[in-house]
Design a binder for this molecule. Structure first.
Ligand code: FPP
Length: 253
């Protein structure tokens, strides 16, 4: 991902919204448990809500929406749950692509995609190809994604450049690391939202979140709708982002 974006997005009412937003879609299991349903029903409701989030973010003027759908650690879940999540992934992009198209949403994937089963890779490659000219917003799905794995990937690529004699170790910069991540053209998220009350980053966008604002809500992901998103954006709009410096008011005194 690219270093922090200095572009700004505003919705039609003048509310400042993030250009690049990250969402950790957490709480599907608890949502299902509260309703005496299997966990897979929670994931299905979560997928429905992702569709809703895309629509709302597109309308708010968000340009890049990165969602955490499956982590490199999620393979340790019961085989049946992993299998159902993979099936849901395939179904989502087959069933909802016309709606994403209607909303002008381009789909991209970030993560260790090449290690995924063939049928999943196919969905990723075809989905990216089919949607590449859609103009309104990019939906970036983090799938088999781990922040540490991504940093490892960048390190390996840079080590390759050093080995080929194209880069001297002392010339390695933060920008070079950013440029060698999975999707270097995607701006770092200005805001990361985590529903379900957990206060942790869970290996999501570790490099990219250096200056992200965080917003945590107790609402479980399948119930996280337009009103919650609006609350998060209003709160974000009032934040003073200093990037380690002083606020503009303080700098003048
Ligand atoms: C974490 O909640 C959620 C996941 C591991 C899966 C997220 C997947 C979706 C929202 C739907 C599928 C996505 C696509 C792109 C089709 P959890 O199950 O750990 O919840 P819990 O903490 O309440 O148990």
């Amino acid at each position: 991902m690219a270093a922090s974006s200095d572009k700004k997005s505003y919705d039609t009412t003048g509310l400042k919204v993030p250009v690049s937003l990250g969402v950790i879609m957490d709480g599907n299991g608890r949502w299902a448990k509260k309703r005496f349903l299997p966990r897979s029903a929670g994931h299905r409701a979560g997928a429905e809500n992702l569709k809703e989030l895309c629509r709302n973010c597109g309308r708010y003027g968000v340009k890049y929406l990165t969602v955490y759908a499956f982590s490199t650690e999620n393979w340790s879940r019961p085989e049946d749950e992993v299998h159902k999540l993979m099936d849901l992934f395939v179904e989502f992009f087959e069933k909802y692509d016309p709606e994403l198209e209607e909303e002008g949403i381009r789909v991209r994937f970030t993560g260790d995609i090449e290690s995924l089963p063939e049928r999943i890779k196919k969905v990723c490659h075809e989905g990216e190809e089919r949607s590449k000219n859609r103009p309104k917003m990019q939906l970036i799905v983090a799938f088999n994604y781990g922040g540490r794995r991504e940093i490892e990937y960048a390190a390996r690529r840079i080590a390759g450049l050093v080995k080929e004699g194209k880069v001297e170790p002392q010339d390695i910069t933060e920008q070079m690391i950013s440029d060698n991540m999975y999707l270097p053209d995607v701006p770092d998220p200005e805001l990361i939202i985590r529903p379900s009350g957990e206060m942790r980053i869970s290996n999501f966008l570790l490099w990219e979140c250096a200056y992200s604002e965080f917003w945590v809500s107790d609402t479980l992901w399948p119930d996280f709708g337009y009103d919650e998103l609006t609350r998060a954006f209003r709160d974000y709009a009032g934040r003073d982002r200093r990037f380690g410096g002083l606020s503009s008011k303080e700098a003048k005194t």
